[in-house]
Design a binder for this molecule. Structure first.
Ligand code: 2HA
Ligand code: ZN
Length: 270
């Protein structure tokens, strides 16, 4: 058995949580990550038959039965993951149609998965239904994006168009745009179901007055999506109250989409 602390999925999640903390997106215990692993990958580092604990999930996810996930723990600080990964992270397998999670490694202090586990698992199922290569769901609290949800119309088309207009790369990086949920109680199955529904048409779901969910095939893609949205929101918050002399026009957005061979969300460019 190889040392799990050297597993690429552990070293990369440690690097990413550290980086996100430094960005100021994950104060205190804010934010969470889940990473779907192949069984063969997990088997190199843990005994698949040695279940440490079985933890009820409080929901069902038949599409994820038998699937392995590396997840951040509830109450854990992203700031500290690098100092104590075996306490901050857990590797688990969903069983019984997603009703239970079998812990195979981690959560060494007796902890459990993130309070946002329902949103993560339901989002994985939704993304896998449209992209079988999806592996990551990532949630955090980027400051400028959060600020923007207080002062901008939350209509998804309007919100996306503003982001696209803030940096030339935005329409290329997230051509499907962002979906937006109004404020909802976090940690619940209800916000999980609403997030998953929104995940069927975009890799990014904004939670108004809270943060954002991103999904992707690897951590770099997912982190990069959120980084790009946050950059656009930062520009917006700098210029929102200033007279706008120039913008990126719809015809320029189309030029970008054509040149970089991406298909923007139907009807979102005039
Ligand atoms: O894990 O970010 O949404 C703490 C949170 C809740
Ligand atoms: Zn949060």
């Amino acid at each position: 058995m190889k040392d799990i602390l050297n597993a690429p999925f552990v070293t990369e999640i440690v690097r990413t949580t550290t980086n996100m903390y430094r960005h100021g997106w994950d104060e205190r215990n804010g934010g969470n990550i889940s990473w779907m692993l192949d069984e063969a990958e997990a088997a190199q580092y843990v005994d698949l038959n040695a279940v440490i604990r079985t933890i009820p999930t409080g929901f069902q996810a038949p599409a994820l039965d038998g699937i392995y996930f590396l997840v951040t723990g509830t109450g854990e600080y992203f700031k500290n993951v690098r100092y104590d990964p075996v306490k901050s992270l857990g590797l688990l397998r969903l069983t019984d149609g997603g009703r239970n999670a079998q812990l195979l490694w981690g959560f060494a202090g007796g902890g459990t998965f993130t309070s946002e586990f329902p949103s993560h698992m339901m989002s994985h199922a939704a993304r896998l239904s449209v992209d079988p290569a999806n592996r990551i769901v990532l949630h955090c609290h980027p400051s400028n994006l959060l600020a923007m949800t207080f002062v901008h119309d939350l209509d998804e088309r309007a919100f996306t168009r503003t982001l696209w207009q803030m940096c030339s790369e935005c329409v290329v990086v997230f051509p499907e745009g962002v979906n937006v949920l109004p404020w909802m109680l976090y940690g619940t199955n209800e916000i999980g179901e609403a997030t998953a529904e929104k995940m069927k048409t975009a890799r990014l779901v904004v939670w108004a007055q809270h943060g954002i969910y991103g999904a992707g095939r690897d951590l770099d893609e997912t982190f990069g999506l959120i980084e790009t949205v946050e950059k656009a929101a930062e520009i917006y918050m700098k210029i929102a109250r200033l007279p706008r002399l120039n913008t990126i026009t719809d015809s320029q957005l189309r030029q970008l989409a054509d040149y970089f061979h991406v298909t923007p969300r139907e009807g979102w460019i005039d």
